[in-house]
Design a protein around this ligand. Structure first.
Ligand SMILES: [Zn+2]
Ligand SMILES: [Zn+2]
Length: 364
């Protein structure tokens, strides 16, 4: 039996209770979870803004220690620290073989089930789904072998957990997707966990101006710790006009939407300058549509693209991010602000809703 937080119905609190967890099957690994981050993506499932099969154990930003491996597993061994990837790669589909394993087709087709379409979590006869095949809002999780990335030099579990979602998503949006060049101007809408990592990524590649945009003054002040050079409070004045003013009337070279709404997608587009690149990182509610000025897009040669999970292969990128943290290039120590127990998980999400700065992490 393992203690887990279960979502039975949208818009109701998570239920912390004991579930049965099967042994890892072929190609699977049992991980003792060390830490799990409080990310907004889980909240979207709780609110019903994004669909998922219920009941489900959420939690997709996690790290832990390998407890046991199933038949045929060769890349990890018991005792190793691992970071979980919520897009394990099957290695065979079109996305995987064309260098886009973060979009694995077989993972998308099987969703919150294991690759064979079944679950390892049960409560009596009831099957319980595993969000992202990670389900780390639980003391233990069974994950695909490719869904756990071993770390050579152990780091704090809370920091390792963050390298499971907000760090690669944010830094990768800058380095792998937009490919921001040194000296560029950058505007970032939304200063939550992922937004702060976009800001850190922009600082890493030596952007000249990094403009942080949010509606809360506390978030903006906090963003300065991670490399923001200017801040814009979008609740005071039009953020598009303010970004234009800060960039000499031109608009930013690179803009990032990290909030997840139609209005902020449009704002990210409008505040990009000539030849600007607009990168959409935030996931808006299902059905959201943003109106884009079609003439401006052509005349000013703007590029607009989405990026998912940093647009890189987890098993390549995550170890690099661990090394960058160890080298003092990523400020993950200041990013983790609050620790909670699994029993406090609903409070942890309420704190996120209230707009508390930085990341909260469940520690096991
Ligand atoms: Zn996340
Ligand atoms: Zn695949």
């Amino acid at each position: 039996m393992v203690k887990a937080a279960v979502l039975y119905e949208t818009k109701t609190p998570l239920v912390v209770e004991e579930l049965e967890l099967d042994d890892p099957q072929a190609g699977e690994v049992l991980v003792k979870i060390g830490a799990a981050g409080i990310c907004r993506s889980d909240r979207h499932f709780m609110h019903g803004d994004a669909p998922i099969a219920l009941p489900v154990v959420l939690g997709h930003e996690g790290a832990g220690t390998v407890e046991k491996v199933g038949p045929g597993v060769t890349s990890v061994r018991p005792g190793q620290q691992v970071i979980l990837s919520f897009v394990p790669s099957c290695g065979r589909c079109k996305s995987c073989v064309t260098g886009k394993s973060h979009l694995c087709d077989n993972h998308a087709a099987t969703g919150p089930n294991m690759y064979d379409g079944t679950t390892r979590l049960h409560k009596g006869d009831q099957r319980i789904h595993h969000m992202g095949k990670t389900a780390c809002f639980a003391e233990y999780s069974v994950v695909p072998e490719t869904g756990c990335v071993p770390i050579d030099t152990p780091i704090g579990m809370d920091k390792a957990a963050l390298i499971g979602c907000c760090v690669p998503t944010g830094v990768g949006a800058v380095t792998s997707s937009a490919k921001v060049t040194p000296g560029s101007t950058v505007a970032v809408i939304g200063c939550g966990g992922v937004g702060l990592n976009v800001i850190m990524g922009a600082a890493l590649v030596n952007a000249s101006k990094i403009i942080a945009i949010d509606i809360r003054e506390s978030q903006l002040e906090f963003a300065m710790k991670f490399g923001a050079t200017h801040t814009v409070n979008a609740s005071d004045k039009d953020p598009v006009a303010q970004v234009k003013e800060l960039t000499g009337g031109k608009g930013a070279d690179y803009t990032f939407e990290v909030f997840g709404s139609a209005d902020t997608v449009k704002a990210a587009y409008d505040m990009a300058g000539k030849s600007g690149t607009v990168t959409i990182v935030g996931i808006a509610p299902v059905g959201a549509e943003a109106a884009i000025n079609a003439v401006d897009m052509v005349r000013n040669e703007k590029t607009m693209r989405g990026t998912y999970y940093g647009s890189t292969h987890s098993s390549v990128e995550m170890p690099k991010l661990v090394d960058m943290y160890l080298a003092g290039k990523l400020n993950l120590d200041d990013l983790v602000v609050r620790h909670y127990s699994l029993d406090q998980i609903n409070d942890a999400y309420d704190d996120m809703d209230k707009g508390e700065v930085g990341r909260g992490v469940i520690m096991y």
